[in-house]
Design a protein. Structure first.
Length: 55
């Protein structure tokens, strides 16, 4: 008999967010100081914006 509540859910976006959050928690717990914005960006894989050239 099939159980209608027995479903497998996988949300790739959610799994990615959980991984990023976990990485931040681990880094924060291993640090004696607050993480800087640059450190957080590096952990999250955020690239700094490229300045636009005028002209």
């Amino acid at each position: 008999m099939h159980d209608q509540f027995d479903v497998t859910l996988e949300d790739a976006d959610l799994l990615g967010e959980v991984e990023l959050t976990t990485n931040l928690i681990i880094a924060a717990s291993e640090s004696d100081e607050h993480l800087s914005t640059d450190q957080i960006d590096r952990i999250l894989g955020v690239c700094p914006p490229v300045p636009r050239r005028e002209g």
